[in-house]
Write a protein that binds this ligand. Structure first.
Ligand code: PLP
Length: 407
């Protein structure tokens, strides 16, 4: 039985590798998390896995982050937290953003921690806790400059007193978020830290003990701007990607995901012929080309049309013409065979576009490029360079290559 399951798993991996797929290195993920933890010693660590772990797959990355020593997971929506619970994640999960009211009862009964950052959310969380007869664990969100979700620092102490007095609510933490920690010229963060420390000190002086006080995101951790806090929240750097060009991860960090595809068709574009929609590329010379089954509906930005590139057989292959919804054409060296592997995006160590390159070319950032990965692109997870698990969200399929021990 077990041997059969192993063979099935290997067959499945081969199937997935024959088309467009993502490779995610879970060892590199664990090493990135360990590096970030070491930069904020003594406190707790939240791995931010919102937006399906920035395109890397929250179900498997969430589990791997906890295994790697993360104390808590961060998401943006209650549905993301419930998804993690359904995958068996029992660790604390904080919903960082405004909660959707209809999901509050499920969040509370699943032990999901909620951010309170508006009067309406406060009232709704209390009501949902009352109706379910369970107390809600919350972190109070303080707006020190972002001007989105959160109470102003002038309001926070009074709100904390209300939460503290409520039998339905357990106030576990207070947090804020920096506006500009990824800018080289940053006139905001020191003032935000001051505001936060002043108000959280006041809350504690009034006898309301806080288990967690937290501010820093990846960029702030990398710059050492932790302030007086005992929890840091990191997303982008755990995936080995830089918060910005000005605040890069250092060379020890490893991008953990690479997108691969295959050459579906090889052909020659004759002089004067055009490629793809609207004839934006016209060959002046006879040009070797390959059709590749990846497009903007997989997450490859359309704005890299004619300016991006891939790597095939170790050679840089410029994109010819428009990126289509599902296909793209690239110039290739001679001798490329149909079925050859194409490196679409990755760490850049084989010469491929990085997420930052694609972001720059597409007029956006690496965060957006990573999170654009669509459900029809399957993911293969690696440990020791070998596949250990896969996930195909569109097919609703997930599995492990290493059979569980017979116990
Ligand atoms: C997304 C998010 C983070 C993580 O930010 P990174 O730049 O990816 O580290 C931290 N805190 C909050 C409130 C967030 O929304």
């Amino acid at each position: 039985m077990l041997a059969e399951r192993m063979i099935d798993a290997q067959l499945r991996i081969r199937q997935l590798r024959s088309g467009t797929h993502a490779l995610i290195d879970l060892d590199a993920y664990a090493r990135n998390i360990a590096r970030l933890r070491a930069m904020a010693p003594g406190g707790a660590f939240m791995a931010v896995v919102k937006a399906d772990a920035y395109g890397h797959g929250a179900a498997i990355c969430g589990q791997a982050a906890i295994q790697a020593g993360a104390d808590m997971l961060g998401v943006a929506r209650i549905s993301e937290a419930l998804y993690l619970r359904a995958q068996g994640v029992t660790a604390p999960i904080l919903v960082l953003g405004p909660p959707s009211e209809g999901a509050l009862a499920d969040a509370i009964s699943s032990g999901v921690t909620l951010a309170v950052g508006s009067e309406r959310a406060l009232v709704a969380i209390e009501a949902a806790a009352g109706a379910s007869g369970m107390s809600a664990t919350v972190h109070l969100k303080m707006d020190t400059g972002m001007r989105r979700y959160g109470f102003l620092s002038s309001e926070i102490v009074a709100i904390a007193e209300r939460l503290h007095a409520s039998p339905l609510i357990e106030l576990e933490g207070v947090f804020t978020h920096f506006t500009s920690s990824d800018d080289l010229v940053d006139t905001s963060t020191p003032g935000q830290i001051d505001q936060f420390e002043r108000v959280t000190d006041e809350i504690e002086r009034l006898g309301m003990g806080l288990r967690y006080r937290h501010m820093a995101n990846s960029a702030a951790i990398l710059r050492g701007q932790i302030g007086r806090s005992n929890l840091v929240r990191s997303g982008i750097a755990t995936y080995g990607l830089s918060p910005s060009d000005e605040v890069p991860v250092d060379e020890r960090f490893e991008p953990i995901m690479s997108i691969r595809s295959v050459v579906a068709r090889r052909f020659v574009v004759q002089p004067g012929e055009s490629v793809s929609y609207n004839q934006t590329f016209v060959a002046d010379l006879s040009t070797q080309a390959a059709d590749i089954p990846i497009g903007y509906a997989d997450g490859l930005p359309r704005n890299v049309s004619n300016i991006g590139w891939f790597v095939i057989d170790g050679e840089r292959c410029p994109i010819l013409g428009r990126v289509c919804m599902d296909q793209v054409v690239a110039r290739t060296p001679d001798g490329v065979s149909e079925g050859a592997e194409v490196i679409i995006l990755g760490s850049g160590c084989d010469g491929e576009m990085t997420y930052a390159d694609a972001g720059r070319l597409a007029g956006t950032n690496n965060y957006e490029v990573a999170t654009r990965l669509m459900a029809r692109v399957p993911r293969i997870y690696l440990r020791d360079g070998q596949p250990v698990a896969w996930e195909h969200l569109l097919e609703g399929d997930r599995g492990n290559c290493v059979p569980a021990s017979m116990g």
